[in-house]
Design a protein around this ligand. Structure first.
Ligand code: HEC
Length: 179
């Protein structure tokens, strides 16, 4: 939310700045001895403010999204199989993938927090269907591997029950920081 406010404030400040600048420009006589200097000072002032906001807004957005992840992650209870999946993920997948719930920070493949974050669901049935979709997808990728041109994920890093446990764990926690 802070990010959205900061974003709005930035554009409002920009609009006001442009308005003030154009007013100033219209009124000041081009040959006046003091006006051009004032205008230059104001221009520099606006420039400094815009650069400062440009640095502050992304910082707020990043901090905001990290907070959101932590809050969303509270209270997830892992099943016994998902717990096994968590440990297996650390051993078999974490060197290539980022997944906060497994403390994994691999950079070879895509971040699974980013790629598999749950989409908003209208009701519990839709949420369950989304969960099943994510879980099936992860299982399929583990079995078949993936070569879409973003690097190669080898097929059959594991299989059978281990692959199912990992898929269940990833589907339950991707996008959440602290299960
Ligand atoms: C050797 C590195 C490596 C290992 C180990 C690995 N992956 Fe991957 N994974 C990749 C790469 C690279 C991609 C991207 C492939 C592409 O998009 O072409 C990928 C893609 C994926 C995707 C698809 C993400 C998307 O954007 O749709 C999933 C899901 C996935 N991996 C899960 C896993 C799981 C679960 C494990 C552990 C069993 C695992 N990976 C182990 C390298 C790896």
């Amino acid at each position: 939310m802070i990010g959205i406010y900061a974003f709005a404030i930035f554009w409002i400040a920009l609009a006001v700045g442009i308005l003030l600048f154009s007013l100033l420009k219209d009124r000041s006589p081009r040959t006046g001895p003091t006006r051009p200097a004032t205008r230059k000072r104001m221009l520099i002032g606006f420039g400094v403010v815009y650069v400062a906001i440009g640095l502050v807004v992304p910082a707020f957005s990043i901090a905001d999204s990290q907070n959101a992840d932590v809050v969303r992650g509270e209270g997830i209870k892992l099943t016994a199989n998902e717990k096994k999946g968590q440990a297996l993920f650390g051993q078999l997948c974490g060197s290539c993938h980022q997944l906060a719930s497994a403390n994994a920070n691999g950079r070879v493949g895509p971040s699974l927090d980013m790629q598999l974050m749950p989409q908003p669901a209208a009701d519990a049935a839709a949420a369950a269907k989304n969960y099943k979709g994510r879980s099936d997808y992860v299982y399929t990728v583990i079995i078949n591997g993936l070569q879409r041109g973003n690097g190669n994920m080898p097929a059959l890093v594991t299989q059978g029950q281990q692959a199912k446990d990992i898929a269940a764990f990833v589907a339950a926690t991707a996008g959440y920081a602290n299960p």
